[in-house]
Design a protein around this ligand. Structure first.
Ligand SMILES: [Zn+2]
Length: 659
């Protein structure tokens, strides 16, 4: 049915030591009332919007100037090249999943500019900021600053884009540029006598590992590219970068903890520093495990993930609480007006997905789901062309999405993560299938030598009913593993209308049986409206609660709920620890009613309740806020409940028992 998926280049990056196999975005068709319109807007509006705005900012002209050898006049931040490449990566995945001739041609034009610039330089190097504004300071030589110049980061973005563009289109135009640059770095960086240059901003680690995997998958590309294309070189480069964090021999530190350069990665056990850099480093570390099977990399990655998930994550999935240096705070330091950059959440999403591929454990998908349905979706307006950099959980009305930003890093990150949803829904191994996300869709893959199609129908996240048609090409025995979300208290599972016996393993309900062509699984999750409390060590959330229904967090906007006269808005950071009177108090046991409003921003379930004085309240899904008008917003509401210290292992948020 999806004949184009048979093209060899369209295989996804699948690393050798994955416990679970992933599907390419091209082999999953999304037909979902929640996600399909959002992906449509991503393709029709956001992709062009981001390219148009970069074009307007001179980001593409930088490549023309570099090709002409003109000095000076670099436009925008030094990492603009990288952001253009990230945009190309995201659009490439959209091309693979959905096809789009206009975007395909548009990328061709941009790639031609990039290739011309690299050709003009001649040795494979390319960074328009350094070439135009600091021509004698490549790699921070002669008094340059690698953290500012982003030479290695931009190279990594190029390499990742080259791999995604090739796997999406079969074209080698950008891949050739990427391989030339990767070969240039491989010759230059490494143990003595090579130079000790490591990324000051992570991302290149996993990018080079994706190139390594492509070289293993398609060694014949070397002849097509007419370039050296040595898998071992790329693995050595990524490994060198991971191992030489904290080794400052012959170079300056990238500000220590700020860029996770304070000690060797395998000695790091707490998430620190700039949160985008950190999450992308940890995603790369996990990819190094997936490439090599070295257990120490996985052990460190899991320790760092636990530190973030159970001590340093906001309830939206946001990470990086501290404004100064855009960094992680200490354990349980989770202020309402946290910084919470969209990019950092997306980085945590990529990190979580890699850990799922390494382990097959559902908790990593739970985290990914929270991120996808809440903070990352909030990062872009529903009309597709306004964006959040910061994603606080409270607003006095002054926080609004912008049309564009001097540092527009988040829109490309949204373009990178959202198309990947197609590849996150299902996964498989030799024993069966995984159903990770509940999205109306159809996916195909092979379990052993049996081609299998899975087709989901659901109204998730607004309803909890999921139907899954399991369609092997011939009768066969295998497991269908269905994720039981961490938030889910009760569910029912049937096969062909009969209650289905199943085991629980790694957070999945496992249906291990012989499947015929017409078997249908029905999975009904109870979607109750729950009051959520934070771990008692999160002092800013004492005597407060948030409203959640399924994967969706809810918030109050002033558009639906007038604020009380004269009450303090808890936005200023300095006010957070004071005994401010909260603007809304919920009764001990609030009564919630839900209403699916098809007219609300394309359709959504709204939650109605009342405060302790009986005044009505309307809560809307968090990612939908600031889409109707400017106004205030609150997530954490006043609610009296005792701080119970027990039962918090591997939890940062949980339901408040209401019985
Ligand atoms: Zn960003």
């Amino acid at each position: 049915m999806f004949s184009h998926t048979t093209r060899a280049h369209m295989r996804p990056t699948t690393y050798k030591h994955q416990a679970v196999l992933n599907l390419p975005v091209a082999s999953v068709r999304i037909d979902d009332a929640f996600w399909a319109p959002k992906l449509e807007v991503l393709q029709r509006v956001t992709a062009h919007d981001v390219l148009n705005k970069f074009e307007h900012d001179g980001a593409l002209r930088n490549f023309d100037f570099a090709a002409e050898g003109s000095g000076g006049y670099h436009s925008g931040e030094p990492w603009f090249d990288g952001l253009v490449y990230e945009t190309i990566r995201g659009i490439s995945d959209l091309l693979a999943a959905r096809g789009d001739e206009a975007l395909d041609l548009r990328l061709d034009g941009i790639i031609a500019k990039i290739a011309r610039a690299q050709d003009a330089v001649g040795d494979g190097y390319l960074n328009t900021y350094t070439l135009l504004d600091r021509p004698d300071q490549r790699w921070a030589d002669n008094g340059g600053n690698l953290r500012w110049q982003h030479d290695v980061y931009n190279a990594g973005c190029l390499i990742e884009a080259g791999v995604h563009h090739y796997r999406a289109t079969g074209k080698t135009s950008l891949l050739a540029v990427a391989v030339k640059f990767a070969n240039h770095m491989s010759g230059l960086m490494g143990p003595p006598p090579k130079r000790n240059i490591v990324p000051a901003h992570s991302l290149p680690e996993e990018a080079v590992l994706k190139l390594h995997q492509l070289a293993l998958d398609e060694p014949g590309l070397a002849a097509k590219l007419k370039l050296p294309f040595e898998a071992a070189d790329y693995l050595a480069l990524a490994s060198f970068w991971i191992h030489n964090r904290g080794n400052h021999e012959g170079r300056v530190s990238h500000d220590g903890e700020y860029a996770q350069d304070h000690k060797p990665v395998l000695e790091q056990d707490e998430a620190v520093g700039h949160a985008v850099r950190a999450t992308l480093l940890y995603a790369g570390l996990t990819a190094l495990y997936l490439s090599t099977g070295e257990a120490a990399y996985l052990g460190t990655a899991k320790t760092l993930w636990d530190d973030i998930a159970y001590r340093k994550s906001h309830i939206t999935g946001g990470v990086g609480a501290i404004h100064h240096d855009e960094k992680f705070g200490g354990a349980y330091e989770l202020p309402d007006n946290g910084y919470l950059e969209t990019c950092a959440a997306a980085g945590m999403g990529f990190f979580s997905w890699n850990l799922f591929l390494a382990t097959g454990e559902s908790r990593y998908i739970d985290k990914l789901e929270t991120i996808l349905y809440n903070i990352v979706l909030a990062g872009r307006s529903l009309d597709g062309h306004k964006y959040f950099y910061e994603n606080p959980l409270v607003s006095d009305g002054g926080h609004n999405r912008w049309e564009w930003h001097p540092c527009p890093c988040c829109p490309p990150m949204i373009l990178k993560l959202l198309p990947e949803i197609a590849s996150y829904i299902y996964a498989y191994d030799g024993k069966g299938a995984y159903v990770n996300l509940f999205v109306a869709s159809e996916g195909e893959f092979a379990i052993g030598d049996v081609p299998v199609r899975l087709k989901q129908q659901t109204g998730y996240p607004w309803t909890g009913s999921v139907g899954i048609a399991v369609m092997p090409e011939r009768e066969a025995r295998f497991a269908v593993r269905i994720r039981i979300p961490e938030w889910c208290g009760r569910y029912a599972l049937t096969v062909n209308g009969q209650a289905a016996a199943h085991e629980l393993a790694n957070g999945y309900a496992v249906l291990d049986r012989t499947w015929g062509a017409d078997d249908v699984v029905r999975f009904d999750l109870e979607l109750s409206v729950d009051l959520i409390e934070a771990h008692p060590k999160v002092t800013t959330h004492a005597n407060r609660a948030a409203i959640r229904r399924g994967p969706m967090l809810y918030c109050l906007e002033s558009t639906d709920n007038e604020r009380y006269q004269g009450e303090t808005v808890r936005y200023a950071r300095e006010a957070l620890d004071k005994d401010t009177r909260l603007n809304r108090w919920l009764p001990d046991v609030p009564v919630f009613e839900t209403e699916h409003d098809p007219a609300f921003l394309g359709g959504a379930v709204l939650v109605r309740t009342a405060d302790e004085n009986g005044r009505p309240l309307t809560a809307i899904p968090y990612p939908y806020w600031n889409n109707r008008s400017r106004g205030t917003m609150d997530v954490w509401l006043g609610h009296g409940h005792p701080a119970d210290e027990a039962g918090w292992e591997n939890k940062l948020y949980r339901k408040i028992a209401r019985d």
